[in-house]
Design a protein around this ligand. Structure first.
Ligand SMILES: *[C@@H]1O[C@H](CO)[C@@H](O)[C@H](O)[C@H]1NC(C)=O
Ligand SMILES: *[C@@H]1O[C@H](CO)[C@@H](O)[C@H](O)[C@H]1NC(C)=O
Ligand SMILES: *[C@@H]1O[C@H](CO)[C@@H](O)[C@H](O)[C@H]1NC(C)=O
Ligand SMILES: *[C@@H]1O[C@H](CO)[C@@H](O)[C@H](O)[C@H]1NC(C)=O
Ligand SMILES: *[C@@H]1O[C@H](CO)[C@@H](O)[C@H](O)[C@H]1NC(C)=O
Length: 446
Protein backbone atom coordinates (compact mmCIF):
# COMPACT_ATOMS: atom_id res chain seq x y z
CA UNK A 1 0.00 0.00 0.00
CA UNK A 2 1.18 3.45 -0.73
CA UNK A 3 -0.01 6.87 -1.44
CA UNK A 4 -0.87 6.63 -5.07
CA UNK A 5 -3.09 4.59 -7.19
CA UNK A 6 -1.03 1.71 -8.30
CA UNK A 7 -1.77 1.21 -11.93
CA UNK A 8 -0.75 -2.13 -13.06
CA UNK A 9 -0.37 -2.89 -16.67
CA UNK A 10 -0.77 -6.45 -17.72
CA UNK A 11 1.54 -7.58 -20.44
CA UNK A 12 0.56 -10.55 -22.51
CA UNK A 13 2.83 -13.07 -24.04
CA UNK A 14 4.29 -11.12 -26.91
CA UNK A 15 7.36 -8.91 -26.53
CA UNK A 16 6.67 -5.55 -24.97
CA UNK A 17 6.92 -3.28 -28.01
CA UNK A 18 4.38 -5.32 -29.94
CA UNK A 19 1.93 -6.33 -27.29
CA UNK A 20 -1.06 -4.74 -28.83
CA UNK A 21 -3.98 -6.83 -29.80
CA UNK A 22 -2.08 -9.99 -29.42
CA UNK A 23 -2.46 -9.93 -25.66
CA UNK A 24 -3.95 -13.22 -24.91
CA UNK A 25 -3.95 -15.41 -21.95
CA UNK A 26 -4.51 -19.08 -21.80
CA UNK A 27 -3.80 -20.47 -18.42
CA UNK A 28 -2.43 -23.94 -18.30
CA UNK A 29 -5.70 -25.66 -18.19
CA UNK A 30 -6.91 -27.55 -15.28
CA UNK A 31 -3.93 -29.33 -13.92
CA UNK A 32 -5.35 -29.85 -10.50
CA UNK A 33 -3.78 -27.64 -7.89
CA UNK A 34 -1.27 -29.30 -5.72
CA UNK A 35 -2.72 -29.51 -2.30
CA UNK A 36 0.25 -31.29 -0.89
CA UNK A 37 2.72 -29.65 1.38
CA UNK A 38 5.34 -27.42 -0.07
CA UNK A 39 8.59 -29.28 -0.42
CA UNK A 40 10.92 -28.68 2.45
CA UNK A 41 13.68 -28.89 -0.07
CA UNK A 42 13.31 -25.52 -1.69
CA UNK A 43 12.53 -23.86 1.55
CA UNK A 44 15.63 -25.08 3.32
CA UNK A 45 17.71 -23.14 0.82
CA UNK A 46 17.58 -20.08 2.97
CA UNK A 47 15.65 -20.88 6.07
CA UNK A 48 17.40 -20.38 9.33
CA UNK A 49 15.71 -23.46 10.56
CA UNK A 50 13.61 -26.14 9.05
CA UNK A 51 9.99 -25.28 9.22
CA UNK A 52 7.10 -27.42 8.36
CA UNK A 53 3.77 -26.12 7.31
CA UNK A 54 0.89 -28.00 8.70
CA UNK A 55 -2.11 -28.73 6.56
CA UNK A 56 -4.31 -29.26 9.56
CA UNK A 57 -7.28 -28.00 7.63
CA UNK A 58 -6.74 -30.10 4.57
CA UNK A 59 -7.73 -28.15 1.50
CA UNK A 60 -11.03 -29.20 0.08
CA UNK A 61 -10.62 -28.50 -3.58
CA UNK A 62 -13.76 -27.64 -5.38
CA UNK A 63 -14.20 -30.01 -8.24
CA UNK A 64 -14.67 -27.37 -10.88
CA UNK A 65 -11.78 -27.31 -13.32
CA UNK A 66 -9.68 -24.17 -13.25
CA UNK A 67 -10.97 -21.90 -15.98
CA UNK A 68 -8.58 -19.53 -17.74
CA UNK A 69 -9.45 -15.88 -17.15
CA UNK A 70 -10.65 -13.88 -20.14
CA UNK A 71 -8.38 -10.86 -19.72
CA UNK A 72 -9.51 -7.90 -21.73
CA UNK A 73 -13.12 -8.97 -21.90
CA UNK A 74 -13.93 -9.85 -18.29
CA UNK A 75 -13.13 -7.32 -15.57
CA UNK A 76 -10.59 -8.31 -12.96
CA UNK A 77 -12.27 -8.04 -9.54
CA UNK A 78 -9.71 -8.73 -6.92
CA UNK A 79 -8.37 -8.17 -3.47
CA UNK A 80 -4.85 -7.78 -2.14
CA UNK A 81 -3.64 -10.05 0.63
CA UNK A 82 -1.77 -7.22 2.31
CA UNK A 83 0.28 -7.52 5.47
CA UNK A 84 0.79 -11.26 5.10
CA UNK A 85 4.17 -11.91 3.49
CA UNK A 86 5.27 -8.31 3.89
CA UNK A 87 4.48 -6.91 7.34
CA UNK A 88 2.96 -3.45 7.57
CA UNK A 89 2.66 -1.90 11.01
CA UNK A 90 -0.80 -0.42 10.36
CA UNK A 91 -2.23 -3.72 9.13
CA UNK A 92 -0.97 -5.77 12.07
CA UNK A 93 -0.02 -3.27 14.79
CA UNK A 94 -0.03 -5.96 17.46
CA UNK A 95 2.94 -7.76 15.91
CA UNK A 96 4.98 -4.60 16.23
CA UNK A 97 3.56 -3.58 19.57
CA UNK A 98 4.38 -6.95 21.04
CA UNK A 99 8.10 -6.47 20.39
CA UNK A 100 8.13 -3.74 23.04
CA UNK A 101 10.69 -2.00 20.89
CA UNK A 102 9.70 1.25 19.20
CA UNK A 103 12.66 0.99 16.86
CA UNK A 104 11.06 -2.01 15.15
CA UNK A 105 9.20 -0.20 12.40
CA UNK A 106 9.23 -2.59 9.44
CA UNK A 107 10.10 -6.16 8.53
CA UNK A 108 13.79 -5.30 8.17
CA UNK A 109 14.13 -4.03 11.72
CA UNK A 110 11.84 -6.83 12.88
CA UNK A 111 14.62 -9.21 11.85
CA UNK A 112 17.50 -6.95 12.76
CA UNK A 113 16.59 -5.88 16.28
CA UNK A 114 15.56 -9.12 17.88
CA UNK A 115 16.73 -12.65 18.20
CA UNK A 116 16.27 -14.66 14.97
CA UNK A 117 14.40 -17.52 16.59
CA UNK A 118 12.03 -15.17 18.38
CA UNK A 119 11.32 -13.29 15.17
CA UNK A 120 10.90 -16.49 13.19
CA UNK A 121 8.46 -17.90 15.74
CA UNK A 122 6.23 -14.84 15.54
CA UNK A 123 6.40 -14.77 11.76
CA UNK A 124 5.56 -18.44 11.38
CA UNK A 125 2.55 -18.01 13.60
CA UNK A 126 1.52 -15.01 11.48
CA UNK A 127 2.08 -16.75 8.12
CA UNK A 128 0.01 -19.66 9.35
CA UNK A 129 -2.92 -17.67 10.69
CA UNK A 130 -3.27 -14.21 9.12
CA UNK A 131 -4.83 -15.59 5.96
CA UNK A 132 -6.14 -19.14 5.96
CA UNK A 133 -7.90 -21.35 3.46
CA UNK A 134 -11.20 -20.01 4.80
CA UNK A 135 -10.22 -16.56 3.59
CA UNK A 136 -9.75 -17.87 0.05
CA UNK A 137 -13.17 -19.49 0.31
CA UNK A 138 -14.71 -16.20 1.51
CA UNK A 139 -12.96 -14.22 -1.23
CA UNK A 140 -14.32 -16.52 -3.90
CA UNK A 141 -17.77 -16.41 -2.30
CA UNK A 142 -17.68 -12.61 -2.49
CA UNK A 143 -17.65 -12.85 -6.27
CA UNK A 144 -14.03 -11.90 -6.61
CA UNK A 145 -11.88 -13.36 -9.35
CA UNK A 146 -8.34 -12.53 -8.28
CA UNK A 147 -5.97 -12.36 -5.36
CA UNK A 148 -2.82 -10.29 -5.53
CA UNK A 149 -0.21 -11.56 -3.12
CA UNK A 150 2.56 -9.17 -2.08
CA UNK A 151 5.86 -10.98 -1.47
CA UNK A 152 9.23 -9.81 -0.18
CA UNK A 153 12.38 -10.90 -2.01
CA UNK A 154 13.65 -12.35 1.25
CA UNK A 155 10.99 -15.04 1.13
CA UNK A 156 12.05 -16.40 -2.24
CA UNK A 157 14.79 -19.05 -2.14
CA UNK A 158 17.71 -17.93 -4.28
CA UNK A 159 20.55 -19.13 -2.10
CA UNK A 160 21.84 -15.68 -1.28
CA UNK A 161 21.84 -14.06 2.13
CA UNK A 162 18.82 -11.93 2.97
CA UNK A 163 20.02 -10.90 6.41
CA UNK A 164 18.67 -9.28 8.49
CA UNK A 165 15.35 -10.35 6.98
CA UNK A 166 13.97 -13.62 8.27
CA UNK A 167 13.31 -16.04 5.44
CA UNK A 168 10.90 -18.94 5.71
CA UNK A 169 7.61 -17.81 4.18
CA UNK A 170 8.14 -19.71 0.93
CA UNK A 171 6.21 -22.88 1.81
CA UNK A 172 3.33 -20.75 3.09
CA UNK A 173 3.31 -18.88 -0.20
CA UNK A 174 3.28 -22.14 -2.13
CA UNK A 175 0.37 -23.31 -0.02
CA UNK A 176 -1.47 -20.02 -0.64
CA UNK A 177 -1.12 -20.40 -4.39
CA UNK A 178 -2.56 -23.90 -4.13
CA UNK A 179 -5.50 -22.68 -2.09
CA UNK A 180 -6.27 -19.91 -4.55
CA UNK A 181 -6.27 -22.34 -7.40
CA UNK A 182 -8.37 -24.92 -5.65
CA UNK A 183 -11.01 -22.29 -4.99
CA UNK A 184 -11.00 -20.97 -8.53
CA UNK A 185 -9.17 -17.73 -7.77
CA UNK A 186 -6.56 -16.31 -10.15
CA UNK A 187 -3.29 -15.28 -8.54
CA UNK A 188 -1.06 -12.32 -9.22
CA UNK A 189 2.27 -12.70 -7.44
CA UNK A 190 3.46 -9.21 -6.64
CA UNK A 191 7.10 -8.64 -5.74
CA UNK A 192 6.54 -5.97 -3.12
CA UNK A 193 9.97 -5.66 -1.54
CA UNK A 194 13.30 -5.71 -3.42
CA UNK A 195 16.90 -5.71 -2.19
CA UNK A 196 17.93 -2.24 -1.06
CA UNK A 197 14.24 -1.16 -1.06
CA UNK A 198 12.66 0.19 -4.24
CA UNK A 199 10.90 3.10 -2.53
CA UNK A 200 11.86 3.44 1.12
CA UNK A 201 8.35 2.76 2.41
CA UNK A 202 7.79 0.29 5.23
CA UNK A 203 5.70 -1.74 2.81
CA UNK A 204 8.85 -2.47 0.78
CA UNK A 205 10.19 -4.16 3.90
CA UNK A 206 12.45 -1.26 4.80
CA UNK A 207 11.47 2.25 5.80
CA UNK A 208 14.39 4.44 4.85
CA UNK A 209 15.15 7.89 3.48
CA UNK A 210 17.74 6.44 1.23
CA UNK A 211 16.44 3.49 -0.78
CA UNK A 212 19.18 1.83 -2.78
CA UNK A 213 17.53 -0.58 -5.18
CA UNK A 214 18.17 1.29 -8.42
CA UNK A 215 21.53 2.66 -7.39
CA UNK A 216 23.42 -0.61 -7.31
CA UNK A 217 23.15 -3.16 -10.07
CA UNK A 218 23.84 -5.93 -7.56
CA UNK A 219 20.35 -5.21 -6.21
CA UNK A 220 18.71 -5.17 -9.61
CA UNK A 221 20.43 -8.37 -10.67
CA UNK A 222 19.42 -10.08 -7.43
CA UNK A 223 15.84 -8.99 -8.08
CA UNK A 224 15.92 -10.62 -11.50
CA UNK A 225 17.13 -13.81 -9.84
CA UNK A 226 14.11 -13.65 -7.54
CA UNK A 227 11.78 -13.18 -10.51
CA UNK A 228 13.40 -16.17 -12.16
CA UNK A 229 12.57 -18.39 -9.16
CA UNK A 230 9.03 -17.00 -8.83
CA UNK A 231 8.34 -17.58 -12.50
CA UNK A 232 9.80 -21.04 -12.71
CA UNK A 233 8.46 -22.32 -9.38
CA UNK A 234 5.05 -20.67 -9.24
CA UNK A 235 4.44 -19.94 -12.93
CA UNK A 236 2.45 -23.12 -13.58
CA UNK A 237 -0.09 -22.22 -10.90
CA UNK A 238 -0.43 -18.45 -11.13
CA UNK A 239 -1.84 -16.12 -13.75
CA UNK A 240 0.61 -13.31 -13.43
CA UNK A 241 3.88 -12.11 -11.99
CA UNK A 242 4.23 -8.45 -11.12
CA UNK A 243 7.88 -7.52 -11.54
CA UNK A 244 8.04 -4.94 -8.77
CA UNK A 245 5.56 -2.86 -6.80
CA UNK A 246 5.81 0.93 -6.64
CA UNK A 247 9.31 1.69 -7.79
CA UNK A 248 10.19 5.26 -6.80
CA UNK A 249 10.61 6.54 -10.35
CA UNK A 250 10.34 10.06 -8.97
CA UNK A 251 13.71 9.83 -7.25
CA UNK A 252 15.59 10.85 -10.35
CA UNK A 253 16.84 9.75 -13.71
CA UNK A 254 19.01 6.93 -12.35
CA UNK A 255 15.83 5.37 -10.96
CA UNK A 256 13.92 6.04 -14.09
CA UNK A 257 16.38 4.36 -16.36
CA UNK A 258 16.99 1.48 -13.97
CA UNK A 259 13.32 0.67 -13.81
CA UNK A 260 12.82 0.91 -17.55
CA UNK A 261 15.70 -1.48 -18.10
CA UNK A 262 14.38 -3.73 -15.36
CA UNK A 263 10.93 -4.01 -16.97
CA UNK A 264 12.62 -5.20 -20.15
CA UNK A 265 14.95 -7.64 -18.42
CA UNK A 266 12.27 -8.88 -16.07
CA UNK A 267 9.90 -9.50 -18.93
CA UNK A 268 12.56 -11.58 -20.67
CA UNK A 269 13.30 -13.53 -17.47
CA UNK A 270 9.64 -14.49 -17.03
CA UNK A 271 9.31 -15.44 -20.69
CA UNK A 272 12.32 -17.69 -20.37
CA UNK A 273 11.45 -19.25 -17.01
CA UNK A 274 7.73 -19.78 -17.39
CA UNK A 275 5.15 -20.68 -19.93
CA UNK A 276 4.14 -17.95 -22.39
CA UNK A 277 0.75 -17.78 -20.78
CA UNK A 278 2.04 -16.22 -17.59
CA UNK A 279 1.13 -12.54 -17.72
CA UNK A 280 3.76 -9.99 -16.74
CA UNK A 281 2.60 -7.01 -14.72
CA UNK A 282 4.38 -3.69 -14.39
CA UNK A 283 3.46 -0.58 -12.44
CA UNK A 284 3.69 3.02 -13.47
CA UNK A 285 6.53 3.86 -11.03
CA UNK A 286 4.54 6.91 -9.89
CA UNK A 287 5.12 8.62 -13.20
CA UNK A 288 2.44 10.72 -14.78
CA UNK A 289 -0.65 9.63 -12.93
CA UNK A 290 -2.62 10.98 -10.05
CA UNK A 291 -3.31 9.85 -6.59
CA UNK A 292 -6.16 7.51 -6.11
CA UNK A 293 -6.22 7.07 -2.38
CA UNK A 294 -6.88 10.82 -2.08
CA UNK A 295 -5.84 10.82 1.56
CA UNK A 296 -2.12 11.43 1.75
CA UNK A 297 -2.02 15.19 1.56
CA UNK A 298 -4.02 17.91 3.24
CA UNK A 299 -5.21 19.06 -0.16
CA UNK A 300 -6.82 15.71 -0.86
CA UNK A 301 -8.14 15.24 2.65
CA UNK A 302 -9.85 18.62 2.41
CA UNK A 303 -12.07 17.45 -0.42
CA UNK A 304 -15.69 16.96 0.48
CA UNK A 305 -17.32 13.61 -0.06
CA UNK A 306 -18.81 14.76 -3.34
CA UNK A 307 -15.48 16.18 -4.43
CA UNK A 308 -13.81 12.81 -3.79
CA UNK A 309 -16.38 11.15 -6.02
CA UNK A 310 -16.03 13.86 -8.63
CA UNK A 311 -12.27 13.53 -8.63
CA UNK A 312 -12.49 9.80 -9.23
CA UNK A 313 -14.87 10.37 -12.14
CA UNK A 314 -13.35 13.44 -13.72
CA UNK A 315 -9.68 12.92 -13.12
CA UNK A 316 -8.78 9.32 -12.41
CA UNK A 317 -11.17 7.81 -14.89
CA UNK A 318 -10.01 9.68 -18.00
CA UNK A 319 -6.37 9.14 -17.04
CA UNK A 320 -6.91 5.43 -16.74
CA UNK A 321 -8.92 5.31 -19.90
CA UNK A 322 -6.00 7.10 -21.55
CA UNK A 323 -4.04 3.89 -21.18
CA UNK A 324 -6.59 2.06 -23.27
CA UNK A 325 -5.27 3.07 -26.69
CA UNK A 326 -2.00 1.82 -25.31
CA UNK A 327 -1.31 -1.78 -25.96
CA UNK A 328 -1.63 -3.03 -22.41
CA UNK A 329 -4.44 -4.04 -20.18
CA UNK A 330 -4.79 -1.65 -17.26
CA UNK A 331 -5.96 -2.57 -13.80
CA UNK A 332 -6.16 -0.38 -10.71
CA UNK A 333 -3.97 -2.52 -8.51
CA UNK A 334 -4.54 -0.78 -5.20
CA UNK A 335 -7.32 1.41 -3.90
CA UNK A 336 -9.56 1.47 -0.89
CA UNK A 337 -12.65 2.98 0.65
CA UNK A 338 -10.64 4.84 3.30
CA UNK A 339 -11.35 8.56 3.18
CA UNK A 340 -8.85 9.61 5.83
CA UNK A 341 -5.36 8.65 6.98
CA UNK A 342 -6.68 7.97 10.49
CA UNK A 343 -5.76 4.27 10.67
CA UNK A 344 -3.18 3.88 13.42
CA UNK A 345 0.36 3.92 12.00
CA UNK A 346 -0.84 4.20 8.42
CA UNK A 347 1.92 6.76 7.89
CA UNK A 348 4.45 4.58 9.69
CA UNK A 349 4.88 3.16 13.16
CA UNK A 350 4.84 5.99 15.66
CA UNK A 351 3.74 8.51 13.02
CA UNK A 352 0.42 10.28 13.46
CA UNK A 353 -2.27 11.32 10.98
CA UNK A 354 -2.73 14.46 8.92
CA UNK A 355 -6.48 14.30 9.45
CA UNK A 356 -6.33 15.09 13.16
CA UNK A 357 -3.00 16.90 13.01
CA UNK A 358 -1.26 14.27 15.14
CA UNK A 359 1.39 13.92 12.43
CA UNK A 360 2.76 17.26 13.69
CA UNK A 361 4.95 19.58 11.65
CA UNK A 362 2.37 22.34 11.78
CA UNK A 363 -0.30 20.28 10.02
CA UNK A 364 -3.74 21.78 10.48
CA UNK A 365 -6.24 19.30 11.81
CA UNK A 366 -9.30 18.75 9.64
CA UNK A 367 -11.24 16.86 12.25
CA UNK A 368 -11.25 14.12 14.82
CA UNK A 369 -10.44 10.56 13.85
CA UNK A 370 -13.03 9.24 16.22
CA UNK A 371 -15.59 7.09 14.46
CA UNK A 372 -13.62 7.10 11.22
CA UNK A 373 -11.29 4.18 11.89
CA UNK A 374 -11.18 1.18 14.17
CA UNK A 375 -14.18 -1.03 14.80
CA UNK A 376 -16.89 -0.46 12.16
CA UNK A 377 -19.68 -0.91 14.67
CA UNK A 378 -18.73 2.57 15.90
CA UNK A 379 -19.19 4.04 12.40
CA UNK A 380 -22.21 6.27 11.78
CA UNK A 381 -24.81 5.31 9.18
CA UNK A 382 -23.85 8.33 7.12
CA UNK A 383 -20.21 7.29 7.13
CA UNK A 384 -21.12 3.74 6.14
CA UNK A 385 -23.31 5.05 3.33
CA UNK A 386 -20.44 7.17 2.10
CA UNK A 387 -18.01 4.24 2.23
CA UNK A 388 -20.46 2.36 0.01
CA UNK A 389 -20.70 5.17 -2.48
CA UNK A 390 -16.95 5.59 -2.57
CA UNK A 391 -16.54 1.86 -3.12
CA UNK A 392 -18.98 1.95 -6.01
CA UNK A 393 -17.42 4.91 -7.79
CA UNK A 394 -13.98 3.36 -7.68
CA UNK A 395 -15.30 0.06 -8.94
CA UNK A 396 -16.96 1.98 -11.77
CA UNK A 397 -13.63 3.61 -12.57
CA UNK A 398 -11.76 0.30 -12.44
CA UNK A 399 -14.29 -1.39 -14.65
CA UNK A 400 -14.00 1.38 -17.20
CA UNK A 401 -10.62 -0.25 -17.85
CA UNK A 402 -9.74 -3.90 -17.22
CA UNK A 403 -10.60 -4.09 -13.56
CA UNK A 404 -9.56 -3.45 -9.99
CA UNK A 405 -7.85 -4.99 -6.99
CA UNK A 406 -8.88 -3.65 -3.60
CA UNK A 407 -6.36 -2.91 -0.83
CA UNK A 408 -6.79 -4.87 1.40
CA UNK A 409 -8.65 -8.05 2.41
CA UNK A 410 -8.02 -7.84 6.11
CA UNK A 411 -6.66 -5.52 8.82
CA UNK A 412 -6.39 -5.96 12.56
CA UNK A 413 -8.14 -2.77 13.51
CA UNK A 414 -8.68 -0.37 10.60
CA UNK A 415 -12.06 -1.60 9.40
CA UNK A 416 -12.48 1.19 6.84
CA UNK A 417 -9.70 -0.48 4.83
CA UNK A 418 -10.93 -4.05 5.19
CA UNK A 419 -12.84 -5.77 2.40
CA UNK A 420 -13.79 -8.47 4.87
CA UNK A 421 -15.31 -5.94 7.27
CA UNK A 422 -16.93 -4.08 4.39
CA UNK A 423 -18.85 -7.23 3.51
CA UNK A 424 -19.83 -7.64 7.14
CA UNK A 425 -20.86 -4.00 7.57
CA UNK A 426 -22.64 -3.83 4.24
CA UNK A 427 -20.68 -1.04 2.56
CA UNK A 428 -19.23 -3.61 0.21
CA UNK A 429 -21.89 -5.69 -1.52
CA UNK A 430 -21.69 -9.47 -1.39
CA UNK A 431 -22.10 -9.39 -5.15
CA UNK A 432 -19.62 -6.90 -6.62
CA UNK A 433 -21.91 -6.12 -9.55
CA UNK A 434 -24.63 -4.83 -7.25
CA UNK A 435 -25.11 -1.04 -7.19
CA UNK A 436 -26.96 1.30 -4.87
CA UNK A 437 -25.66 4.28 -6.85
CA UNK A 438 -25.56 3.31 -10.50
CA UNK A 439 -23.89 5.65 -12.95
CA UNK A 440 -22.09 7.81 -10.38
CA UNK A 441 -19.74 9.08 -13.05
CA UNK A 442 -22.54 10.21 -15.35
CA UNK A 443 -22.58 13.32 -13.23
CA UNK A 444 -26.27 12.92 -12.71
CA UNK A 445 -26.36 11.12 -9.43
CA UNK A 446 -24.67 12.38 -6.33
C1 LIG B 1 0.07 -1.36 22.16
O1 LIG B 1 -0.02 -1.96 23.43
C2 LIG B 1 -0.46 -1.08 24.45
C3 LIG B 1 -0.34 -1.78 25.76
O2 LIG B 1 -0.93 -3.05 25.70
C4 LIG B 1 -1.87 -0.63 24.13
O3 LIG B 1 -2.32 0.27 25.09
C5 LIG B 1 -1.88 0.03 22.77
O4 LIG B 1 -3.19 0.36 22.40
C6 LIG B 1 -1.29 -0.87 21.72
N1 LIG B 1 -1.17 -0.13 20.49
C7 LIG B 1 -1.44 -0.69 19.32
C8 LIG B 1 -1.28 0.18 18.14
O5 LIG B 1 -1.78 -1.85 19.21
C1 LIG C 1 24.40 -22.12 -2.34
O1 LIG C 1 25.57 -21.31 -2.29
C2 LIG C 1 26.67 -21.97 -1.68
C3 LIG C 1 27.79 -20.96 -1.53
O2 LIG C 1 27.92 -20.18 -2.69
C4 LIG C 1 27.06 -23.18 -2.51
O3 LIG C 1 28.13 -23.85 -1.90
C5 LIG C 1 25.86 -24.13 -2.59
O4 LIG C 1 26.15 -25.20 -3.44
C6 LIG C 1 24.65 -23.39 -3.12
N1 LIG C 1 23.49 -24.25 -3.03
C7 LIG C 1 22.61 -24.36 -4.01
C8 LIG C 1 21.47 -25.27 -3.76
O5 LIG C 1 22.71 -23.77 -5.08
C1 LIG D 1 26.28 -2.84 -4.01
O1 LIG D 1 25.64 -3.76 -3.13
C2 LIG D 1 26.47 -4.83 -2.76
C3 LIG D 1 25.64 -5.82 -1.98
O2 LIG D 1 24.95 -5.20 -0.94
C4 LIG D 1 27.64 -4.29 -1.96
O3 LIG D 1 28.50 -5.36 -1.60
C5 LIG D 1 28.40 -3.29 -2.81
O4 LIG D 1 29.41 -2.71 -2.06
C6 LIG D 1 27.47 -2.23 -3.34
N1 LIG D 1 28.18 -1.40 -4.31
C7 LIG D 1 28.17 -0.08 -4.24
C8 LIG D 1 28.89 0.62 -5.33
O5 LIG D 1 27.60 0.52 -3.35
C1 LIG E 1 24.31 -7.17 -13.41
O1 LIG E 1 23.97 -7.82 -14.62
C2 LIG E 1 24.44 -7.15 -15.77
C3 LIG E 1 23.86 -7.86 -16.99
O2 LIG E 1 24.10 -9.23 -16.88
C4 LIG E 1 25.96 -7.12 -15.77
O3 LIG E 1 26.44 -6.42 -16.88
C5 LIG E 1 26.41 -6.44 -14.49
O4 LIG E 1 27.81 -6.51 -14.40
C6 LIG E 1 25.81 -7.09 -13.28
N1 LIG E 1 26.18 -6.31 -12.10
C7 LIG E 1 26.71 -6.86 -11.03
C8 LIG E 1 27.10 -5.94 -9.92
O5 LIG E 1 26.89 -8.06 -10.93
C1 LIG F 1 -25.26 6.35 -16.60
O1 LIG F 1 -24.88 5.89 -17.89
C2 LIG F 1 -25.10 4.52 -18.08
C3 LIG F 1 -24.52 4.16 -19.43
O2 LIG F 1 -24.86 5.11 -20.40
C4 LIG F 1 -26.58 4.20 -17.98
O3 LIG F 1 -26.78 2.84 -18.15
C5 LIG F 1 -27.05 4.64 -16.60
O4 LIG F 1 -28.44 4.46 -16.52
C6 LIG F 1 -26.72 6.08 -16.33
N1 LIG F 1 -27.04 6.40 -14.97
C7 LIG F 1 -27.64 7.52 -14.59
C8 LIG F 1 -27.87 7.69 -13.12
O5 LIG F 1 -27.94 8.37 -15.39
Amino acid sequence: MRWYLCFVLLLGSTPAPALAQQCRLVIHSASAPSTSLPSTNSQSLNSPSTTSVSTSAAPTPTQTPFVPFAYGSTPVRGVNLGGWFVLEPWITPSIFNNTNNNAIIDEYTFGQLQDDQTALGVLQQHWDTWITENDFIAIAAAGLTHVRIPVGYWSVPTNTSVSPYIPGAWPYLQRAVGWARSHGLHTIIDLHGAPGSQNGYDNSGQRTNSPQWALNSTNVNATLAVIQVLASELGPNVDAIELLNEVAGFLGSAWDSAVRQYWQSGYAVVRQAADDNVVVVIGDAFEGVEHEYQIFSTLELSRSEDEHIQFACQDTLPTLAGFAPNNMWTVTGEWSTATTDCATWLNGRGVGARWDGSIGGGTTALGSCEGLTGDWTTFSNDYIAYLRKYWEVQVEVGEAVQGWIYWTWKTESADEWSYQKGLEGGWIPKDPTQRLYPGLCNGTSS
